[in-house]
Write a protein that binds this ligand. Sequence first.
Ligand code: PMP
Length: 281
Amino acid sequence: EKFILNGKLVDRSEGYVDVEDRGYQFGDGIYEVVRVYNGQLFTNKEHLDRLYLSAEKLSLQIPYSAEELTKQLQELVTVNQLNTGIIYMQFTRGTAPRKHQFPETSHLTFVAYTNEVERPIDHFEKGVSAILVDDIRWLRCDIKSLNLLGNVLAKQQAAEKGCYEAIQHRGEIVTEGSSSNIFIVKNNELLTHPATNLILKGITRQVILKICDEHQIAYREETFTIDDLLHADEVFMSSTTSEVTPIIQVDQQKIGNGTPGALTRQIQKYFDQEIEKQTKQ
Ligand code: PMP
């Protein structure tokens, strides 16, 4: 198994990152996760666009063009013979003596590796449970940064309660999952938090909204409350690895009749078609 270290393909056992890497010490870096279906990258352009945006927001200069990066990632998938899975990539501000402010000189550290990850078909069909947790994160959740402690603590609480996702809220307003965006359905209309500084603008979320445009499904990018969530007809989460996963229970309370909703199932079908369209061989 190979991974990419600073633009070179090396053995997993060979490469290492310095102990004074700023990603390791400060979480000073950014990342992306790209889905691979059929050995092909799904919505790669959208992920790289977001990567460059995150970089800009943190004054990181990625030393590769999108074309160069794509070539490297495709090569990685090929040498690792990945069929269904993910590519994880991250850029940090590099290695320098430990001082909080940016170092005067440093080269970004770039790492990318692949993992086999099946599509969670069982979850798609049966749905999952979630809990509500306070959103204790910082105010730049729009940046896909390595600082994920708030998300980690939220997901851990869900895991301890035997739940799959933690749905975060600031006061009464639902923001997003610990590693997903949240949609609710009320009267055949979708609602999801607007893409502000309080959430990550998910690529899966964007694909879903495009699907809605194409199929005349009504939606609004507007905030909704905990009460709206608990009394919604349907709830689902979206992410690169979880795609469109129905949430059938929140804090022990059933959503609707406690099974995946009809509109959610329909959007899953359209999402499948999108995957087929982009990754057929
Ligand atoms: N919000 C957060 C906090 C996430 O970590 C993720 C998953 N990366 C998402 C939303 C969903 O984003 P995407 O659809 O691009 O995977």
